[in-house]
Write a protein that binds this ligand. Structure first.
Ligand code: HEM
Length: 506
């Protein structure tokens, strides 16, 4: 469900509509599977964060039991999940995740994206396809260490298959809950299509891998996740170390990245453009801020981010109100436990109802109003409330761990500074911090792409609004806030026009 700013309800074409019910905790059955829906910030914290050891794993058969394999990150559990995740995180760190190197890869893609936008020449367009293509290409750049030209036939074919997989996966996945439907004649529930797409996908993965290995043997292009993963796997095998890293794991990591990293950022950008059309005052204010802080003489940089307080607040408000992963991703409860007096049996599926936090009246007061100012404090600084959970709950937990460690470290430093050399303590403190953060991240499911997604959202929106005004196709009729719920909550297709700002001013 989506609430428009004027309080009108939009509609999701979703199978989940029924479940957007009231109550902090309730259970229901999907087929024969018991699912417990957990709502409210406090309750999600009580479960996903405070009882993380019990609530971190994923359903044993994964989201698509028809594929009969669970590996990679999103669907994996236990030691297998941890090693895949740690390896990928280490590779991202090695290539500058969270630093400017990451932003440079994003910027490289945005330059190509802006050329495509320029070609539109202000004509009414549904920008979903070109935006999605640019966002997927960024993920390819991380996976392979290179981007593709938009005309590249290999890339186009890959994206087509990927789109089909996402579309089939978005259609309710009924065969996961009612296994008998897989045996019905025809393919009404898309089980066969998912299996076929997956084997195409696997073929592409093998191709990707061969290309990387060729590059590797010729000594080029080592800054990519695939090369890093393969090297780790080989090194561990050579040393006779036990490892969960495998070819299958790598294939799943690649598809996890494509699925988790493409639709999410694309959907958020489409919501952003939609809100810009509905709120021209907000858009004008961003234009003014960009003009003042960056001007028109140079392209935006990630280092401009702290200067654009209002734009940051608009992105946060868009993520909050759009709530693109409203029902989170399933977790699994690995031990019987009691929550608020209700017994949750072992292996129950847990649905984290993130929407209940992002749209909570208790937290936001007026959750259905689009009001970016809620993220700016009285002194004009950006606020970062822990209840803003589009990437799930874990950030708050991580922050808490880090804050606790920082406090302990500061106290230790103050005490020890009198007798010992300060640098030694600070160095030790840094190690403790890294270890603590790693432990927290390793034990919980923080969105692995949060830093990348935030860089993308900032750079795409700044580049576009520096040059263009986003206006509706028809000035007398704004596109609706209705949404379609698939893997993410996407706005229903709409067309916009991107008008050059200098032309508008003239
Ligand atoms: C606006 C963009 C994004 C949003 C709102 C978002 C949101 C989420 C959410 C809600 C989860 C579920 C966490 C949980 O299980 O509790 C998640 C997991 C994940 N996301 Fe994102 N995400 C975004 C972008 C990305 C990007 C760009 C990537 C890839 C580079 C990515 C990779 C992942 C992965 C791999 C996981 C699984 C983590 C695990 O299970 O250990 N996400 N994301």
């Amino acid at each position: 469900m989506h609430w428009s700013p004027k309080g009108e309800r939009g509609s999701d074409q979703s199978n989940f509509q029924l479940f957007l019910l009231k109550g902090e905790i309730f259970s229901l059955y999907f087929g024969t599977t018991l699912v417990v829906v957990i709502s409210s910030y406090d309750l999600l914290k009580e479960t996903l964060v405070k009882q993380a050891d019990i609530f971190t794993d994923k359903p044993k058969d994964g989201m698509f039991p028809v594929l009969q394999r669970v590996n990679g990150i999103v669907e994996a559990s236990g030691a297998l999940w941890k090693e895949n995740r740690t390896t990928v995180l280490a590779s991202l760190k090695a290539f500058g995740m969270g630093k400017n190197v990451m932003a440079e890869k994003v910027e490289e893609e945005i330059h190509a994206y802006m050329e495509e936008i320029e070609k539109l020449d202000g004509k009414p367009t549904d920008v979903k396809e070109i935006t999605g293509r640019a966002v997927s290409n960024i993920i390819c750049n991380f996976l392979l260490g290179r981007r593709f030209d938009y005309e590249d036939t290999y890339f186009t074919k890959f994206l087509n298959i990927f789109d089909k997989t996402v579309a089939a996966a978005s259609q309710g996945n009924l065969h996961a809950w009612f296994p008998f439907v897989r045996h019905l004649p025809g393919d009404l529930f898309k089980a066969k299509e998912i299996i076929n797409n997956q084997s195409f996908f696997d073929e592409f993965m093998r191709d990707f891998r061969t290309k990387i290995e060729d590059d590797e043997s010729s000594g080029i292009n080592k800054d990519n996740i695939i090369a890093y993963y393969l090297k780790e796997m080989r090194d561990k095998c050579d040393k006779g170390q036990q490892t969960h890293l495998s070819d299958e794991g790598l294939t799943r990591v690649i598809s996890d990245f494509m699925v988790a990293g493409s639709e999410t950022s694309t959907s958020t950008l489409l919501w952003f453009f939609l809100y810009m059309m509905h709120y021209p005052d907000v858009q004008n204010k961003i234009h003014d801020e960009i003009d003042e802080q960056i001007g028109v003489g140079r392209t935006p940089k990630i280092t401009d981010r702290p200067k654009l307080t209002f734009l940051n607040a608009v992105i946060m408000e868009t993520q909050r109100i759009a709530s693109i992963v409203p029902l989170g991703l399933f977790h699994r409860c690995t031990e019987e436990t009691v929550v608020r007096g209700y017994t949750i049996p072992k292996d129950t599926f847990i649905m984290p109802h993130l929407d209940s936090v992002l749209h909570s009246e208790k937290i936001w007061g007026d959750p259905h109003n689009y009001r970016p100012e809620r993220f700016i404090d009285a002194t004009g600084n950006l606020k970062n409330p822990e209840e803003l959970v589009p990437f799930s709950m874990v950030i708050a937990a991580l922050a808490v761990v880090v804050v606790v460690v920082v406090v302990v470290v500061v106290v230790v430093v103050v005490v020890v500074v009198v007798v010992v050399v300060v640098e030694v303590v600070v160095a030790a403190a840094a190690v403790v911090l890294v270890v603590a953060a790693a432990a927290a991240a390793g034990g919980r499911r923080i969105c692995l792409g949060e830093a990348l997604a935030k860089a993308e959202l900032f750079l795409f929106t700044t580049y576009i609004l520096q040059k263009y005004q986003v206006v509706p196709e028809d000035p007398n009729s704004l596109p609706s806030f209705d949404s379609v719920l698939g893997i993410t909550r996407m706005p229903k297709p709409y067309k916009l026009r991107l008008l050059k700002r200098d032309a508008v001013t003239e």
